[in-house]
Design a protein around this ligand. Structure first.
Ligand SMILES: [Zn+2]
Length: 351
């Protein structure tokens, strides 16, 4: 095209027109300057409920929320009835989750420069604590995380309002690896999201976490809050740091009111005490935090292959207890059955 042939006003109008298109497109909308201009509009358009199979809305960075967990949540009504009265209150959003509705989120709010929308949503579901499917080899790598902006809304908040005692640490426990820490609380205590993010899971797990919430934060971390008496958010909901997400409780595999708290990066949990001091009510790291193999030391150790040489008097039960694993796991690792005779002097893999 020869620019000399186009008259000056036409050229100016064309440039102006292109600017308008660019400003209102998704690309510029979610980032910095333009986002601020459109902020008012952004809030209104954040979430919308649409019927399943809405065709064009689902783009790469837009999550759709399967109903699988919602259906599961509906099925636990009987279990709910068997709980002590304090826990019988139906969760706020239970009925909504059971409806045949898929929530579509506006992908534009993922505006952190260090995280693209695709990174944020490429592994996303509402039921797996670790949906990433990434090899544990990455645990040996270091990664620089930008946790929050100083003095910005993307700050951090303490999950509990008061100083609380850690009653069980992260790491090896008698039966299995403890991926988080247990913090003492009173039933009904307010639980808050540690950073800004989007609720990925809010569901009930009778034999495990009880009522629990998992949030994916914009900084790439995920936090999990277990054994709640009730949750107050639902999958797909955007939350700010400090926003109330549920109430403390004693549901699931729990012997007393406590918060089971996990921090994960790409599905792998590291010690929350590397970041949070519950006893002194402090968050330790600066806004830039480097996650290294040191943070995953115990987890890496737990994934190493460990072998045991069978001695007389050994039984699968004894061995499983000694190594903090289960008979089923040992059988699977060695391709044997529970009835296989253990021969003295042989070596079996226990982890
Ligand atoms: Zn725990």
């Amino acid at each position: 095209m020869n620019l000399n042939r186009i008259s000056k006003p036409t050229f100016i109008y064309t440039v102006l027109f292109l600017c308008v298109i660019l400003c209102s497109s998704n690309v510029s909308y979610g980032q910095g300057f333009f986002r601020k201009i459109f902020k008012g509009k952004d809030k209104k358009a954040n979430t919308e409920l649409v019927q399943e199979n809405t065709p064009s809305e689902v783009a790469v960075i837009v999550p759709t929320f399967s109903l699988e967990n919602g259906i599961e949540d509906c099925q636990h009504q009987e279990e709910l009835a068997s709980l002590p009265e304090a826990y019988q209150r139906i969760n706020l959003n239970e009925t909504e989750q059971c409806e045949n509705v898929v929530e579509i989120l506006d992908g534009k709010f993922v505006d952190a420069t260090y995280l693209t929308g695709f990174d944020y949503y490429s592994s996303w579901d509402n039921w797996n604590v670790n949906p990433y499917n990434i090899s544990s080899k990455v645990l040996k790598d270091s990664v620089d995380l930008h946790l929050y902006e100083e003095g910005d809304s993307l700050a951090w908040a303490f999950p509990l309002d008061e100083k609380r005692k850690v009653t069980s640490k992260y790491g090896f426990r008698r039966w299995r690896f403890h991926h988080g820490i247990d913090v003492k609380l009173a039933v009904g205590d307010t639980l808050r999201s540690m950073f800004d993010g989007v609720v990925r899971i809010a569901k009930y797990n009778r034999r495990g976490y009880g009522y629990y919430v998992m949030i994916r934060h914009k900084n790439g971390l995920e936090t999990l809050y277990g054994h709640m008496s009730r949750y107050l958010v639902r999958p797909g909901q955007e939350v700010k740091a400090g926003e109330v997400i549920g109430l403390g409780g004693n549901t699931g595999r729990s012997t007393g009111p406590h918060l089971h708290f996990e921090i994960r990066y790409q599905g792998y949990a590291f010690n929350p005490e590397d970041m949070i001091d519950f006893a002194n009510h402090e968050i330790i790291p600066p806004s830039d935090f480097t996650l290294t193999a040191k943070n995953y030391e115990l987890l890496i150790e737990s994934k190493k292959n460990v072998y045991h040489r069978i001695r007389s008097g050994d039984s699968l039960w004894k061995i499983s207890r000694r190594y903090g694993t289960s008979i089923t796991k040992i059988c699977r690792l060695n391709g044997m059955s529970k009835r296989t005779t253990l021969r003295v002097g042989r070596t079996i893999r226990v982890r």
